[in-house]
Design a protein around this ligand. Sequence first.
Ligand SMILES: Nc1ncnc2c1ncn2[C@@H]1O[C@H](COP(=O)(O)OP(=O)(O)OP(=O)(O)O)[C@@H](O)[C@H]1O
Length: 333
Amino acid sequence: MIELEGLTKRYGEKLAVNNLTFAVRPGIVTGFLGPNGAGKSTTMRMMLGLDNPTAGDVRIDGKHYAQLKDPLTYIGALLDAKAMHGGRSAFNHLLCLAQSNGIPRARVAEVLDTVGLTPVARKKAKGFSLGMGQRLGIAGALLGDPRILMFDEPVNGLDPEGIHWIRNLMKSLAGQGRTVFVSSHLMSEMALTADHLVVIGQGHLLADTSMSDFIEQNSRSYVRLRSPQQERLLDVLHEAGITVVEAGNGTLEVDGGSPEKLGELAATHQLVLHELSPQQASLEEAFMRLTAETVEYHAHTDEPGMTPPVQEPPLARPGWGESWDRAKDEGAR
Ligand SMILES: Nc1ncnc2c1ncn2[C@@H]1O[C@H](COP(=O)(O)OP(=O)(O)OP(=O)(O)O)[C@@H](O)[C@H]1O
């Protein structure tokens, strides 16, 4: 378990992490999301004692990182895959880590095998590709067989097979009851891997919730209808008091409607439907919606060939976006 309480980091004028309180629990994969510059790496560095908090506290299984004897046996982390002595072989790099943490030498060969680097164990790390470097960093995190694992952008540089491998590795580590905390910019990957999400924006906590609740609370769900008898269908829906949006190309969208009810209504009026499909936004859309106001670095979309983002109708009910507005108001007081 990793517990943060009021964790805050200020760099001069810049409040990089602002009063974060949350816990990362064992037995599940927790995803850590936020736009560029949100404060994810700073938070992870403070968890590992690499940066001192300006205020607040972070504990690893109830202790500060500095109090842990042989810390690699409590928490293993991949922060920066390039942060290693390139002149050493993969084997020697891991051996140095093992020796400084009271970990038996035999464990080095085990973790090299786990990450698939046995054939290059004696090769110098500076010749490694980005993907091989990631694998070596992951081997270092696994070395002490720790109960807690933390990965910052672990799939960076990995090919599809590597991405699939790390996804299964994280799930199996969590399945063994370990605490797994992982940041990634790849939303589709996060949606497949994480059970729980912690989302931050400009240093603030925006969400600490299950993946399914996050998507439900921050995205629009609607039913898409297409019918060759669209005018008649519109009349029937209006008569039934159902609000419908004409989305163009002959499609109608009903916000929050039940597909069963809409299908039965069409059947009662003997209307032909060519499409009746429930639509749920992706994690990516939910994330974009929640963090829209907290993105520090926007690309310009007014260049030739670029289309501006589509404006979606407002949420039917309060989502995390409201929490962010509240957080800003509270911050301003
Ligand atoms: N050593 C530092 N000195 C000054 N400012 C810093 C320092 N480290 C981080 N920052 C600032 O703190 C903020 C948070 O940075 P951080 O790297 O933690 O964000 P992040 O969420 O990890 O971003 P990214 O997704 O781009 O890696 C940024 O505005 C960054 O410029």
